[in-house]
Ligand binder design. Structure first.
Ligand code: N01
Length: 487
């Protein structure tokens, strides 16, 4: 049987998920290009103190690789990274993976892709599957003098473990999920933590707990038991996501919960500074049981003045105050709109990705684009990100991609791409639905695109999953027929 040559770019959650889906569907010939030297993607890159996944472990995992050994309800970063490496090992993915191989470009040439890596080597593939993630390129704030700081400056996702925060004055810029987790972990370790907040966040309280040895043994003995918390959490997230996409009771309830949580901050002035002026969930909801406790400690200072500049000794705020620091951490987020870029991708008719995305990243059903035949994305633009686990999104999208590969193997087409009309219709429907989402209720966030509308799926993740696991409508695609290449 003819077998397509497949390139997967990236060996994080979605790359691993895609690779296993290919194996299971009888496509053993594929190459995973990974520019780093290990599996794990964002869970490899992020290793800052306090990193904990805010989705329960028994839900934040692949359905095909349920782990009975999770140690706690919300797993720490290293445990998730180990899980991903373990899944890759168990499926022998090292045989297909090229580490230290950065894909720098891909050019479509009529019925396939010329893929070029950083060493200048070009290879031909029938399909390119981009699993490059979107929280990958750190954002460095444009603060004058940052390079003049005497101590270490590091982005949260490039943590330098040789830098010892114990007994030091640590400045943290940013109050997203990362900044708040960092402050919770550094408080009491550093001699002083100075948190520079530009915008306050609503914080959903939670309680983490360890799993007992008995429960782990039980999950090991009866693997199907893992499906119970998996489906329970899925149902709970389905209810939560109603609040994200429609006004109504769930939104009101979450607002009430976060406001009550904020009341645990006793000092009225500190509480005022921590009170957002927008609705809960407008920015990605921060989940933490430690942040408010940490920020009330005497060795933690919340600074709400704008940082004017950084100098050798620390950060100078708009009120002229110099905050003397030993270490500066940039918890300032990511360029979430880059997706596969800076890879230089040129599709059919010489159209480049930058041209196609001049108005912002657009895709058809989150996985394909017109003019880029046989190129698929995992967790591409308008996938349901928010607080939803990407493991579930990647599994559903992998299934769709495998479906198309099977049809290629059956000789139904040589290249496939969505039509411009279908993509425009799809994007117009999403944009029309965007105003009822909570993300447009008056805040800035990394969810929003150039036009101020969210670049997220504006309905529930369940609806997306139904769509992407359903049967594609042939009118939405342009299929080219010919003699398949492959091998
Ligand atoms: O980044 P962010 P993050 N001067 O973009 C501030 C995932 N995640 O790394 O709000 C001063 O959310 C910026 O301020 P403002 C999760 O999807 C998951 O925290 O723009 N401040 C903001 O406070 C999350 O959403 C887990 O005004 C500046 C912060 O930096 C995503 O990663 C854990 C600034 C950036 O917040 C990103 O989270 C951690 C400047 N010049 C992360 N520039 C899980 O648990 C930016 N800021 C699964």
């Amino acid at each position: 049987m003819n077998s397509p040559r497949i390139a997967i770019v990236g060996a994080g959650i979605s790359g691993i998920c895609m690779a296993v889906a290919l194996q299971r569907a009888g496509f053993p010939e594929f190459t995973i290009f990974e520019k780093a030297h290990d599996y794990g993607g964002t869970w490899r890159d992020n290793s800052y103190p306090g990193l904990v996944c805010d989705v329960p472990s028994r839900y934040y995992q692949f359905r095909f690789a349920m782990n009975p050994e999770w140690t706690q309800l919300y797993s720490a970063g290293p445990e998730i990274k180990d899980y991903l490496v373990g899944v890759a090992r168990e499926h022998g993915l090292h045989r297909n993976t090229r580490f230290g191989a950065e894909v720098t470009g891909a050019v479509f040439d009529d019925d396939g892709w010329q893929v070029t890596t950083g060493d200048g080597v070009t290879e031909r593939f029938d399909f390119v599957l981009c699993a490059t993630g979107f929280l990958h390129h750190p954002t460095r704030p444009d603060i004058p003098g940052l390079d003049d700081f005497d101590g270490p400056v590091m982005h949260s996702s490039r943590w330098r473990h040789e830098v010892e925060p114990r007994g030091k004055r640590v400045g943290v810029i940013g109050t997203g999920s990362t900044g708040t987790q960092l402050v919770g972990a550094l408080a009491g370790v550093a001699s002083e933590v100075v948190l520079f907040q530009r915008t306050p966040q609503w914080i959903l309280p939670t309680v983490n707990r360890q799993y007992t040895a008995v429960s782990k043994r039980l999950y090991k003995l009866a693997p199907t038991l893992s499906l119970v918390p998996y489906w329970f959490n899925r149902a709970a997230f389905a209810v939560f996501s109603q609040g994200l996409v429609h006004p109504g009771r769930v939104r009101t309830l979450i607002q009430w919960v976060v406001e009550r949580h904020l009341r645990s901050v006793e000092d009225p002035e500190l509480r005022r500074k921590l009170t957002p002026d927008y609705q809960a969930m407008c920015k990605r909801l921060v989940v933490s049981d430690r942040f408010y406790k940490a920020v009330q400690r005497p060795d933690v200072t919340l600074v709400t003045e704008h940082i004017d500049s950084v100098e050798a000794r620390g950060a100078v705020t708009a009120d002229g105050h110099l905050h003397e620091l030993d270490i500066l951490v940039l918890a300032t987020g990511f360029d979430s709109h880059a997706f596969m870029r800076p890879m230089a991708i040129t599709g059919a008719h010489g159209r480049t990705l930058d041209q196609a995305w001049a108005d912002g990243p657009r895709a058809f059903e989150g996985v394909m684009m017109p003019d880029f035949p046989n190129l698929f994305m995992l967790v591409g633009p308008h996938s349901p990100f928010a607080n939803h686990p990407l493991t579930a999104v990647a599994e559903a999208q992998s299934a769709r991609i495998v479906g198309w590969l099977r049809r290629w193997r059956a000789g139904e087409f040589t290249t496939i791409e969505p039509t411009h009309a279908a993509t425009d219709r799809y994007n117009a429907r999403m944009r029309a639905a965007a105003p009822s989402t909570v993300w447009t209720t008056g805040c800035t966030s990394w969810y929003l695109g150039k036009d101020g509308l969210p670049e997220l799926w504006p309905w529930t993740p369940g609806r997306y999953e139904k769509l992407i696991r359903g049967t594609p409508d042939p009118v939405d695609y342009h299929l080219k027929h010919g003699v398949p290449s492959g091998k």
